[in-house]
Design a protein around this ligand. Structure first.
Ligand code: GLC
Ligand code: GLC
Length: 809
């Protein structure tokens, strides 16, 4: 069942009922000011860091779900109260529509002939959310209504805000100046920042104290002030500061009125904090307000946002007969890649914004789907990430975006982390040709006195694996590898211990075949970079080590029909036919196959056939089988989940694409595309009632076949799934991939897709690629500007040129 539809021309998803199976959200902003907004106008915003600079309050786990956001209440002369976003009042609407677009959301509700539209977005380069509200009288009678706005401020630190009430309830402060409500919690002491909410008209009244506005025993759906039709002009002192305006709006039949509300964030230099004692210096705030005081200014900023996105999306354009594929590749998958790049795993409707900062592993993988969008930002990110690496090559698992420093609470010891830095950097250099980044001097552990070139960082990443091998010559797993929940040294018997940071046993036995696969897949990138720096011997040595690891996998990491997953603390096999549960895992099948370990000898084919036979389901490939029925002390969190959920045999959409890529390596495009379609959201729109999360973005996990709710997704938006599926579809199924010296063109997608074209911009040149799809399993013949070439690499052309590529595939 569907709850809306795609509007491909406008690049929007149009939700046509407020009652979607879960809040379907969107993101606003992609620089420093970010907002999350649901189809019912719920959500919150923050400046750079969802934990430390939270502007709006949002209660996770609230009842009802999705309460709190940017609300507008319409109060009719006869006392009727409703909201264009349906929530929170829930008066029935004559029509409802929410259009989630690229960086903006437009919600329109209509009741009794009055239509009210909210357009919310963060203008490019601006630290504010615009809420443009347009009321239109579509009836044939004059209309007089009072419009109330409402949002609730968070006391900046989102964690403190939800825990430290003995302090919080006394610290909130506001200032009122005309139509503007200033939120200045803690501004009197160490904060130099404040927020404000304003509207571009004189107001009839305002409120800034939640209790005065709602009434102590009322929810958002029944504010006293709105019922009474009159603001109380309350000035918050402690308790819970809010911002609410009221405006009297009179509309003749057919008349409409547009109001511009602005929610801004301002930082003042320390010495310019005050206008006079106790009064905020509002100069910067007023400049910001002046820039958005008319609908014309808003329209111009909105156009800028639209054209920014068309520019971003123009680096990879597919035209094919499959509209679902087009919309995933051209719009929604890259859009999600931008969001994951910005947020890492911090703030979504499943990530509270107070738990995790930027993940070392996660952010590196996010780069894979992002480098072609804004390469300069990818560059900065690589340096930030590398700066949290330790001198021995290991890395902080997470860092806080505001401080860019490693997070000591989580620490280090995830032994896959270092290798991802090589992969992310290689993807960036292939895209841009910027080998110069390797010479950047980058600190270890943010210590300016201990720096080395980025290349040296990559070298330490590479050797960190070699210096940490176990009894079989395979990489030690440490706290966990990609699978955060395979905790082989944890042995936790105590509730509340973190599986990721607790190590109750110290040993150097638990080994990961997954990291071995990564080493064989990613090691050659390091070797290639060394070679290009004139370090021929180093390159040769690296290649030998890679070869050796590949042999070790075949010797100690092969179970007969598939790759093993690991050796545990006691040296026992994990992911073997000898195990009772957890006999086969997806991660090593995907990664060792992508690495081509045993490709010629048939191992890859066997492994992928085993995936098909044992892990495939109608909703995607599950993580392992059989699911763990009981808790295993020696395996950790993976066995803590009920069968079929999360890492215990859930469908992890993040590692399905590894299998997809590996299938294309074998030339089995049909199978690869079938796997792709099982999890790509646009293909799941029709089963939204089962899938439940947004049909325009990937979720991290879909419940596996052992689960009670097989097919139901959770954790939408913030997942490495976005980047990896973009890699799988754009570089392997459709087959256009930047390499060191040229664009590799090797489509392998099976015969379901007829001929298609791709326009790819890379390093300033444009490649127009026409593919005649004969489903030849990755065997391609190419003509470049009319001349046949050998192989599948189209050499890079000078910036500004257009290259014509004809491909038979
Ligand atoms: C989550 C984490 C990611 C991890 C995955 C599997 O998505 O963000 O780092 O690899 O789970 O455990
Ligand atoms: C939990 C989740 C896993 C995530 C980890 C990060 O273990 O199951 O997906 O990666 O937390 O802390």
């Amino acid at each position: 069942m569907r709850y809306g539809h795609f509007d491909d021309d406008r690049k929007e998803y149009v939700i046509t009922t407020p009652k979607t199976p879960y809040p379907w959200i969107n993101y606003l902003g992609s620089e420093k000011f970010f907002g999350l907004i649901s189809h019912q106008a719920g959500g919150y915003c923050f400046y750079r860091d969802a934990r430390l600079r939270r502007i709006l309050r949002f209660r996770y786990n609230n009842v009802p779900t999705d309460a709190g956001g940017r609300y507008f209440y319409v109060r009719e002369a006869d006392g009727d109260v409703w909201c264009p976003s349906f929530a929170p009042v829930k008066s029935e609407l004559d029509s409802f529509e929410c259009r989630h677009g690229l960086g903006y959301t437009r919600i329109t509700g209509k009741r009794r002939g009055l239509s009210v539209e909210l357009l919310a977005f963060v203008p490019p380069g601006v630290d504010a959310e615009v809420h443009q509200v347009t009321l239109k009288n579509e009836s044939d009678k004059p209309r007089a209504v009072t419009l109330f706005s409402l949002l609730e401020f968070c006391l900046w630190n989102a964690h403190e805000d939800q825990t430290n009430f003995q302090r919080n309830l006394s610290t909130g402060e506001v200032e009122i100046d005309g139509s503007t409500i200033y939120h200045k919690h803690e501004y009197r002491e160490r904060r130099n920042h404040f927020a404000f909410y304003t509207v571009n008209e004189k107001v009839a009244g305002f409120d800034s104290d939640r209790e005065s506005f709602l009434g102590l025993y009322n929810g958002f759906h029944e504010p006293d002030v709105v019922k009474a039709g009159k603001s109380r002009n309350s000035v918050a002192s402690g308790w819970s500061p809010i911002a609410s305006h009221s405006l009297e709006v009179k509309l003749a039949p057919g008349e409409s009125k547009t109001l511009v509300f602005l929610l801004g964030y301002v930082e003042n230099p320390k010495e310019e904090k005050w206008e006079k004692p106790g009064v905020i210096n509002k100069k910067r705030a007023k400049e910001l307000m002046a820039a958005f005081s008319t609908p014309a200014q808003v329209d111009a900023a909105f156009e800028k946002l639209r054209s920014q996105w068309s520019g971003l999306l123009s680096s990879y354009k597919l035209t094919s007969s499959d509209e679902k594929l087009n919309r995933m590749v051209n719009v929604w998958n890259p859009y999600q890649c931008m969001v994951t790049f910005n947020m890492s795993r911090s703030a979504s409707y499943f990530e509270s914004g107070i738990g995790r900062g930027m993940g070392f592993r996660d952010s590196n993988q996010d780069l894979l789907g992002f480098v072609h969008l804004v390469p300069e930002r990818a560059r900065e990110r690589i340096i930030d990430i590398a700066s949290t690496q330790f001198a021995d090559g290991s890395a902080y698992h997470q860092y806080q975006p505001l401080t860019k420093r490693g997070n000591n609470d989580v620490g280090s010891g995830f032994n896959d982390d270092p290798l991802w830095l090589i992969l992310g950097t290689a993807a960036y250099i292939k895209e841009t040709g910027d080998f110069g980044i390797l010479d950047e001097q980058v600190p270890f552990d943010n210590d300016e006195n201990n720096k080395a070139s980025l290349f040296e960082h990559l070298k330490r990443s590479f050797y960190h694996v070699m210096e940490n091998l176990g009894p079989h010559g395979l990489p030690l797993i440490g706290r966990a590898d990609w699978n955060d929940c395979l905790n082989l040294n944890c042995f936790s018997e105590t509730p509340d211990e973190s599986y990721q940071t607790t190590g109750n046993r110290v040993g150097r036995t638990a080994e990961s075949i997954f990291i071995a696969g990564m080493f064989v897949h990613i090691g050659p990138e390091y070797a290639a970079l060394a070679e290009r720096r004139g370090l021929g011997d180093e390159a040769k040595k690296a290649r030998e080590l890679v070869k050796q690891m590949s042999d070790t996998v075949l010797q100690h990491g092969w179970d007969g029909e598939w790759y093993l997953r690991a050796y545990d603390f006691f040296g026992k096999k994990v992911g073997s036919k000898e195990c009772e549960d957890g006999q086969i895992f997806i991660e090593p099948q995907g990664y060792c196959s992508m690495a081509g370990i045993g490709l010629e000898s048939g191992h890859v084919k066997k492994a992928l056939d085993s995936v098909k036979a044992r892990l495939d389901t109608k909703y995607g490939i599950v993580l392992q089988q059989p699911a763990y029925k009981e808790y295993h002390l020696e395996l950790g969190e993976i066995s803590s989940y009920p069968p079929g959920y999360k890492e215990n045999a859930g469908i992890f959409c993040h590692n399905n694409p590894w299998v997809i890529i590996a299938e294309t390596l074998l030339g089995r495009g049909e199978q690869a595309f079938e796997y792709y379609k099982k999890i790509a959201p646009a293909y799941l729109e029709e089963i939204s009632d089962v899938h439940r999360t947004e049909p325009y973005v990937y979720s991290q996990m879909i419940a596996g076949k052992d689960a009670v709710r097989h097919g139901e997704a959770k954790n939408s938006w913030l997942t490495g799934t976005a980047a990896w599926n973009f890699v799988a579809v754009s570089q392997h199924l459709l087959g256009v991939k930047p390499e060191w010296d040229g664009l590799s063109v090797r489509p392998c997608i099976g015969k379901d897709i007829a001929d298609f074209t791709i326009e790819r911009r890379c390093r300033g040149a444009t490649y127009k690629i026409r593919v005649k799809n004969l489903s030849r399993g990755g065997n391609v013949s190419l003509k470049v500007n009319g001349k046949p070439i050998a192989g599948n690499i189209v050499p890079y052309a000078p910036a500004g040129s257009t290259v014509d590529v004809e491909c038979e595939a």
